[in-house]
Design a protein. Sequence first.
Lengths: 189, 227
Amino acid sequence: MKIGILYDSTESESRALYEALRAAAARSCDRVVTIDSAPGIAPPCINCFQCWIKNPGECVLPHDPAIEFANQFWDADIVVIVSRILWGGYSMRVKLYLDRILPILHPYFVKHNGEMHHRLRYKSLPVFLGVGYGARTAGEEATFRAIAAANRDQNPKGRKYSHFLVGIGEALAERTSACGEWLAKEVSK
Amino acid sequence: MRIYAINGSAKGEDSNSREMISIVQGYLGPGAEIGMVSQIRQYRKPDDSIFPAMAASDVLLVSSSLYVDALPATLLAFLERYSAYLAGPGKDVRARTQRVFACVNCGFFEGEQNASALEIIANFSAASGLRWSGGVGIGTGEMIGSLKDVPLDSSIRKPVTRALRALAEAIAAGPDGRLGENLFVHHWLPFILYKLAGEAGWRKQAKQNGLKRREIFLKPLESANTR
């Protein structure tokens, strides 16, 4: 099993959660690949769709750190995205990487779980699982749950998996060890 | 009434997000004063001098496409800068009356897939002391631009243009104008027709780039791995 982890080392919460996740992943998976979104503000996806209609499967932007999101994670079974919650979604820095997913998707459509989604370019797509912290309101937490579920459900088999939240008022130290246990459970599903 | 519209698309002027603003502008009529900012231009060359005019507007209209079930990162960057400006010294958030509306479109069939993106904008509004006033989520979004020369009240466009007209009417209704609830719509055609037309559109563009049909299915990372 291969696990990918995207996190942001500029934030102490992200670093702590990442360490717990990496340790849990190393115990149960033969391959663990991590990407730190810290090295820079990556060039954004500009929705040019050239990775679908000009160079299928390849981003046409000059090689940059965020291109690794597709290049390193395309064949992972699970990708965990660790992020501060910004208004219910992922932080800008993390989302710059996630937005670069298009090359591993296919422009054609399929319907699963009652909704239209992209056909997969490869045999399978990683199941994307969100790990969020730093929400300021219950509303932001609810939005994060919905977005994590939508990301996860891009994979037709994603529904058995869950997300992980360090809730408002919860102690990071306690939740950090719980986060590792959570991943161990998800991996065993 | 002063309105400021944020074009949330990375494609700038030639985008469905920009077209949604034009449709709303058309319903508001010539009396509406609309300022416009392109978030992608702001991402490439940040210019905070627009914030006083934005903050002084009665209405903020955020128009965007959906990126991976949420807002594009570059739009988040712009909204974070605006939010920080509003939180700056000398600005009394409690007194702020700016209403925030949004329209978000996606290439999927169901307008409901934009629900979380609208929630993000609602949460941004609450966190910035602004008044969230409702939004429209549009599926079949690629058709917004491709049908722009078809009459607004034609059957195929009507579900979408009716929702954008409701948004414009809520904007125009004055300080308490808001949508009762978010509206989720798509163009009036069956799922299968949209899927087939969409896929034919991709094939046509690929062909224009000199690709053969089977090349749309290339798996370059798989090949690189087995080399």
